[in-house]
Design a protein around this ligand. Structure first.
Ligand SMILES: Nc1ncnc2c1ncn2[C@@H]1O[C@H](COP(=O)(O)OP(=O)(O)OP(=O)(O)O)[C@@H](O)[C@H]1O
Length: 128
């Protein structure tokens, strides 16, 4: 049987990383919601260092930051595909965009609640 999978190439894998980083830079440059999520991530990491959070809390914070930013990336990818698929108004395009945006809102809300649970008691302790 003929082997149809292309041969493994380190150069091609390195290029894949380059394209992924290009995607991250493009996302943060062009998407205003990504600016807000990146800013929130910087605030969470800064608070994490200042308030000396535990290893378990760091793991939760890092996973949530990755989930929100990945959600934003997938949402932007869907938006770009939707805009390419149809440059006219169509209810299904609107539905796809709203579903994708709703997914990010789920993640961002969970991240905000967990952030409050981790950081607010530590901030209150500073003033007690
Ligand atoms: N081609 C389209 N057909 C139907 N509805 C659309 C289309 N493009 C956008 N919409 C809908 O119009 C509303 C506003 O969309 P828009 O993309 O401007 O919002 P947004 O996601 O907040 O913008 P941003 O790009 O600033 O994040 C949303 O409900 C979206 O689903």
């Amino acid at each position: 049987m003929k082997n149809t999978s292309p041969t493994f190439s380190f150069r091609k894998r390195a290029l894949s990383f380059k394209y992924a980083f290009q995607g991250i830079v493009g996302l943060i440059r062009a998407e205003h919601n990504a600016w807000i999520h990146t800013f929130a991530a910087v605030v969470a990491v800064t608070l994490g260092f200042l308030l000396n959070i535990s290893v378990q809390e760091w793991i939760v914070v890092i996973i949530l930051i990755a989930l929100v930013l990945a959600g934003e990336a997938f949402n932007s990818a869907i938006e770009a595909l939707a805009d390419h698929a149809s440059d006219t108004i169509h209810p299904l395009i609107g539905k796809a965009k709203d579903f994708a945006a709703g997914g990010v809102l789920f993640l961002a809300t969970a991240a905000l609640i967990v952030g409050c649970i981790i950081f607010i008691p530590k901030i209150l302790l500073l003033f007690s």
